[in-house]
Design a protein around this ligand. Structure first.
Ligand code: BV8
Length: 242
């Protein structure tokens, strides 16, 4: 019933935006943050993922991101990522706005992706902003140009979101008839404001309802794993394309 309902909403919609979070990547072997097995269960994000941590305990900050970057080497897009890329090709999805920093949507073939929280695949100098190779961050190098600290291009707590990605997402959200929110607890501001900015129908695909997700009046909630639910919707859509 619910996968069929979502397929029907997608067929009716002229512009569909998909908003993804860490729950979209757990089936690729990347832990999320706030579920029972999430990263923040054992680590305080303020100590490793904030502007403060970058300034005050750089070694812990650097080790946290080196570990996550290295673990990405063994991860690849799962069926759900590939299905979303196929939906884009068929004109069924106009933008993927993601909070994820692993670039799995792009690896799966999605072209129109807004990285709202940046990524942990590219590196820059915190002081002069110049780009550096991933290997330089992984082997504890300092900036080649100004000897500043190297860091991934991820949005840390306390940093503003990249304006190009944010503006592009806002534009699409305002035009969307349908927003499909997948694998996010909607705990983090300002991304958690996006669903309420849309005049379209709201759908939530998540393993569980969360305290924040219950604040939204979703038109449809599909509880379960992102990969499985997207596969069911894919089946329901057959070879339909816009
Ligand atoms: C900003 C580092 C302004 C990068 C991240 C007090 C109250 C309210 C807000 C604030 C506050 N104090 C500070 C703030 C603002 C702060 C914020 O929102 N804090 C919250 C946590 C209280 N926000 C910021 O700082 C943002 N910047 O506001 O700037 C500003 C203005 C001017 C000048 C300066 C600043 C920046 C946001 C930071 C983004 N960076 N982390 C990193 O290392 O990744 S946030 C972090 O959470 C991740 O990046 C992640 O993307 C993000 C969201 O998490 P989710 O993706 O939702 O993941 P989560 O684990 O929570 O949920 C996953 C869900 O999936 C679960 O429900 C699970 O059940 C489900 N699931 C799991 N597997 C599956 C599944 N579902 C389906 N299928 C599955 N297989």
């Amino acid at each position: 019933m619910t996968a069929e309902t979502l397929a029907h909403l997608m067929k009716q919609s002229n512009r569909t935006v998909v908003l993804t979070g860490a729950g979209m990547s757990t089936e690729s072997g990347i832990p999320d943050f706030r579920s029972s097995t999430g990263l923040w269960r054992n680590i305080n994000p303020r100590i490793v993922a904030s502007t403060e941590s970058l300034q005050k305990n750089y070694e812990q900050f650097r080790e946290f991101y080196q570990t996550r970057m290295n673990s990405l080497n063994n991860c690849k897009p799962h069926e759900g990522h590939l299905i979303l890329a196929d939906f884009e090709k068929r004109g069924l999805v106009s933008l993927i706005a993601t909070q994820n920093v692993d670039q799995l949507h792009q690896q799966a073939g999605s072209k129109n992706v807004a990285e709202l929280h940046g990524n942990i695949v590219t590196i820059r100098c915190q002081k002069c902003g110049k780009p550096h190779a991933k290997e330089q961050f992984l082997n504890n190098s300092i900036c080649t140009y100004c000897s500043g600290k190297l860091r991934p291009n991820v949005v840390l707590f306390g940093e503003t979101l990249p304006s190009e990605a944010w503006d592009r997402t806002l534009h699409e959200i305002h035009q969307a008839d349908l927003v499909i929110v997948i694998g996010t607890s909607l705990e983090v501001y300002p991304v958690n404001q996006l669903p309420s900015m849309s005049k379209g129908k709201l759908v939530y695909i998540n393993r569980e309802q969360t305290s924040t997700s219950l604040h939204y009046s979703f038109d449809l909630v599909l509880e379960g794993s992102a990969g499985k639910i997207l596969a069911d919707v894919y089946q329901e859509l057959g070879d339909f394309e816009k």
